[in-house]
Design a protein around this ligand. Structure first.
Ligand code: NAD
Length: 261
């Protein structure tokens, strides 16, 4: 537990399920007040809010599309109106779909870039403006991916968006470090969430994923949430502009295991 998080306010985008949901729950366990953003899963978001309230936490669910300025503005407004401030913004919302690049539709490229990269920009911009206006040493956490480093054929738009998040993360960390604002990314590997549900239900596909993970196990959303709680807390007070890989070693070039190459 991180005592300094108690009573602080967080926005978590895409928080109705998966990693975002685990982060919202963990921050609530840390006694933060949480705005849980959802896009279409109203039921999931409201269930989460009800659970957190039962545990004595403060939470509110807010529908918004993170790819729009109105959407992110409504999330900031909800934090200010319900909880009186903002200390942490978690850009978690993301999406992916698969297509050979020569067949990739512009519409799908735009959708993925809009949520995964523009959403991170708009969310960070809203948070930064609030922190600057209040002269607050606020915090931003971006959910990137191992694919900010590892190329992923047939997911060129996803990889491009996460590569973009990497340099966006580093750039704004540098730009606002002198204000005491910290910005970091988390790069998950293969985590058991709805984005991967189909893949992990198929034993062959699951096995082929496991072969790429030196620790030979699929990650849990709670393991990513633990990294987010640490980055949110003062225990990481000297850390900014970094990407914390939470991937069981997936980004360590596992094909070189046993001295091959
Ligand atoms: P998920 O599909 O379970 O959850 C993603 C959430 O984002 C959903 O709640 C979805 O509704 C929301 N979302 C999508 N478009 C949105 C929009 N326009 N506005 C608001 N919300 C929107 O996925 P997840 O696995 O929990 O992934 C969370 C983040 O972690 C994503 O950024 C993803 O790219 C990243 N990530 C996940 C994995 C993994 O293995 N699960 C690996 C690497 C990176």
């Amino acid at each position: 537990m991180y005592k300094d998080l108690e009573g602080k306010v967080a926005v978590v985008t895409g928080g109705s399920k998966g990693i975002g949901n685990a982060i919202a729950r963990r921050l609530s366990e840390e006694k933060m007040s949480v705005v849980i953003n959802y896009h279409s899963d109203k039921e999931g978001a409201e269930e989460t809010v009800a659970d957190l309230k039962k545990l004595g936490g403060e939470a509110v669910a807010v529908q918004a599309d993170v790819g729009t300025e109105e959407g992110v503005d409504s999330l900031l407004k909800a934090a200010l109106e319900n909880f009186g401030g903002l200390d942490l913004w978690v850009n978690n919302a993301g999406m992916e779909n698969q297509s050979p690049t020569h067949e990739l539709k512009l519409e799908d490229w735009n959708k993925v870039l809009n949520v995964n990269l523009t959403g991170v920009f708009l969310g960070s911009k809203a948070a930064l403006n609030h922190y600057l206006e209040k002269n607050k040493k606020g915090n931003i956490i971006n959910l990137s991916s191992v694919h900010e480093r590892i190329p992923w054929p047939t997911f060129a738009h996803y990889s491009a968006s996460k590569g973009g998040v990497k340099l966006f993360n580093e750039t704004i960390a540098l730009e606002y470090a002198h204000k005491g604002i910290r910005v970091n990314s988390i790069a998950p590997g293969a985590i058991n969430t709805p984005i991967n549900a189909e893949k992990f239900e198929d034993p062959e596909k699951k096995e082929s994923t496991l072969e790429m993970i030196p620790m030979n196990t699929i990650g849990k959303p709670e393991e990513v949430a633990a990294a987010a709680a640490w980055l949110a807390s003062a225990e990481s007070s000297y850390v900014t502009g970094t990407t914390l890989f939470v991937d069981g070693g997936m980004s360590l070039y596992p094909s070189f295991e046993e001295g091959k190459g």
